[in-house]
Write a protein that binds this ligand. Structure first.
Ligand code: FES
Ligand code: FES
Length: 210
């Protein structure tokens, strides 16, 4: 089936199998040509940049490594079908910022020692971005609750919470950043003001459903 969506600001149109998971589609994009053929047939011709920053840990909605924003809402791509991306705006960690121009969350993770192996970091930064778009000044408990669906096996959580709070401080200090932020983040803030807030544990279980 043909699907199209916007990935980190870039339009993508391709053919997806009806039972293909979103995480598999996103992680395989770098190997696709615009016509969907394997890139090995024409090396160097790629439809979009690789999005290997979307990780797969558990594959069952428990670890948060596969976190993405779908129209600004935190979702688990291992629980989504590729078809559910159709018509949506998708943001992955590489859409938040880059090594050369990191998002304040990514910068704070680096500065606060919140990254060791880095496997959880893209998903953590996506969860944190969703939180800060909704709540620019979260308490430590609110950060812990928002990240409760994202597991880290090596850093521990104290420095991660420190980093999210530091990013929140930095983003509040630079109010112009909200005006310059990608539409996804502004949309998240607007959507969250309209939408009723689910209890954190329920929200986590719901993540990944359309
Ligand atoms: S891979 Fe663990 S929640 Fe998706
Ligand atoms: S930094 Fe290694 S899993 Fe979190």
């Amino acid at each position: 089936m043909n699907i199209s969506f916007v990935l980190n600001g870039q339009a993508v149109a391709l053919d997806a199998a009806p039972d293909q998971r979103a995480v598999d589609l996103l992680r395989g994009l770098g190997a696709l040509r615009p016509d969907g053929a394997d890139a090995n047939d024409a090396p160097g011709v790629c439809a979009v940049k690789d999005v290997k920053d979307v990780k797969e840990g558990c594959g069952t909605g428990e670890c948060g490594a596969c976190s993405i924003l779908v129209d600004g809402v935190h979702k688990l791509s291992c629980l989504l079908l590729a078809a559910q991306l159709h018509g949506r705006e998708i943001t992955t960690a590489s859409g938040l910022g880059s090594k050369a121009a990191p998002h304040p969350i990514q910068q704070a993770f680096a500065e606060h020692g919140a990254v060791q192996c880095g496997f959880c970091s893209p998903g953590m930064s996506i969860a944190a971005a969703a939180l800060l778009a909704e709540n620019p000044q979260p308490t430590r408990d609110e950060v812990r609750r928002a990240l409760s669906g994202n597991l880290c096996r090596c850093t521990g959580y104290v420095m991660i919470v420190d980093a999210v709070q530091a990013a929140a401080d930095a983003m509040r200090c630079d109010s112009s950043m909200l005006h310059d932020a990608p539409p996804t983040l502004r949309d998240t803030a607007q959507a969250s003001r309209k939408a009723p807030q689910a209890a954190p544990n329920k929200a986590r279980k719901k993540a990944g459903r359309p």
